[in-house]
Design a protein around this ligand. Structure first.
Ligand code: AMP
Ligand code: MG
Length: 315
C-alpha cells in the first residue's frame, strides 16, 4: 500500500514560477487517490490495493511482465457482481455531485488492443450514469477536416464541459499508436508527441479537468479467442472486422508503442492505469473502482442553496 513517501516530491519554494506552483497544486490533489482506501472507503474490499495498477512516472512498466489474467482472489464473475454494483452506485452518486457542482470535470481515456474490451467496459461500468452528465466519444481515422488541423484539435474540442464526465473510446494516444506502427507520419513527428500530449493533459488539469487513462491489457491468446468467438457467433458478426486480423500481425509493434506511450505519459497529474483485462468482470471492477476513487478524491460539492429557503411556502 502506498505511503506518504510515494507521493510526488513537490517543491513549493517561493522562487518557483506561477505555472510550477499551479502544477504542484494539481499534482497534490491528484496524488490523494494513491491511497484512497484510507480516506474514502468505510468497508474495505478483500484486497484494497487498486492503485497498484497505476503506473508511476518513476517506475516504467514492461507490459510482458504484467499478467493479463490477474484477478486477485476472485474466482469467477459472480464473486464480483455485488462489489461491482457497489462501485457503480458510488460513481452514480459522485457523478450527481460533480454535475451539481458545475466547476470541474473528468476525462476518462480508454485504450486497448483490438477486442481489448473498450466497448464492454463502457457498457458495464458506465451503464448507470445519468446520460445528461456523460458523453462518450469514439475516435476513428481522422476525417479530411480533422487531418487538416493539428493532431490534438479534434480531441480538445471534445474535452468535457464543467460538471461532465467524458469518455474517450480511443483518443489522442492513437497518434502515437496506430500512427507510429503504420508509419503514418515520420518518427521525428510522433516522437515529439509524447511531450505535446503531456503538455495538453497538463493544460486540461490546470483547467479543472481531471484526466485518467486506462490501458485494458489482454494477451495475444485472449485476442485470438475473442476474434474466434466473433466469427463463430452470428450475434457477434457485426463486431468482426477483417482489419483486426491485419492489425494482429503487428501485435508486438503495438505492445511496444503502448509501452512507450504509457511510460512517457503517465504523469503525476494524469496517470495511466494498466488493467488486467483477460477476465472481463475483473476489468470492469478495477475500472469502476478506480473511477469511483478518483471522483471521491475530487470530492465534488453541491453548490450552496439560495438563502432563505426555509421561509418559502409553496401555495
Ligand atoms: P474501431 O474503434 O474498431 O471502430 O476502429 C477505429 C479505427 O480507427 C482503428 O483502426 C484505429 O486504429 C483508427 N484510428 C483511430 N484514431 C486514428 C488516428 N488518429 N489515425 C489513424 N487511425 C486512427
Ligand atoms: Mg474494432
Amino acid at each position: 500500500m502506498s505511503t506518504q513517501s510515494n507521493l510526488p516530491n513537490i517543491s513549493t519554494s517561493s522562487n518557483t514560477s506561477v505555472t510550477e506552483q499551479a502544477a504542484a497544486r494539481a499534482t497534490i490533489d491528484v496524488a490523494s487517490e494513491m491511497q484512497p482506501e484510507k480516506t474514502v472507503v468505510n468497508k474495505l474490499p478483500p484486497k484494497p490495493d487498486y492503485p497498484r495498477y497505476r503506473v508511476r512516472p518513476e517506475q516504467p512498466i514492461v507490459l510482458a511482465a504484467l499478467d493479463p489474467n490477474e484477478c486477485e482472489d476472485y474466482g469467477k464473475k459472480k464473486h464480483v457482481e455485488e462489489e461491482l454494483e457497489r462501485q457503480r452506485k458510488r460513481i452514480q452518486n459522485l457523478q450527481e455531485r460533480l454535475y451539481a457542482e458545475h466547476q470541474r470535470s473528468l476525462l476518462i481515456v480508454l485504450q486497448a488492443m483490438d477486442t481489448g474490451g473498450k466497448d464492454g467496459t463502457i457498457k458495464h461500468v458506465f451503464g448507470g450514469l445519468n446520460p445528461q452528465g456523460c458523453q462518450v466519444w469514439s475516435f476513428k481515422k481522422p476525417s479530411d477536416d480533422e487531418a487538416n488541423h493539428d493532431f490534438l484539435w479534434r480531441y480538445h474540442q471534445r474535452a468535457p464541459q464543467r460538471g461532465m464526465i467524458s469518455i474517450f473510446n480511443r483518443s489522442h494516444y492513437e497518434d502515437v499508436l496506430v500512427v507510429r506502427v503504420k508509419e503514418l507520419v515520420a518518427k521525428e513527428v510522433w516522437q515529439e508527441r509524447y511531450h505535446l500530449i503531456n503538455e495538453f493533459e497538463h493544460m486540461l488539469t490546470l483547467n479543472n479537468i481531471r484526466v485518467i487513462k486506462f490501458f485494458l491489457h489482454i494477451s495475444k491468446d485472449e485476442q485470438k479467442r475473442r476474434l474466434e468467438s466473433r466469427l463463430e457467433d452470428p450475434s457477434k458478426h457485426w463486431k468482426f472486422s477483417s482489419n483486426d486480423i491485419k492489425e494482429r500481425k503487428y501485435w508486438d509493434d503495438y505492445q511496444t508503442a503502448f509501452e512507450d506511450a504509457i511510460n512517457n505519459c503517465s504523469t503525476a497529474y494524469a496517470p495511466w492505469y494498466v488493467v488486467p483485462a483477460n477476465k472481463k468482470w475483473y476489468r470492469n471492477l478495477v475500472v469502476a473502482r478506480t473511477i469511483a476513487d478518483t471522483l471521491e478524491s475530487m470530492n465534488p460539492q453541491y453548490p450552496p442553496a439560495e438563502v432563505g429557503l426555509e421561509n418559502i411556502i409553496i401555495e
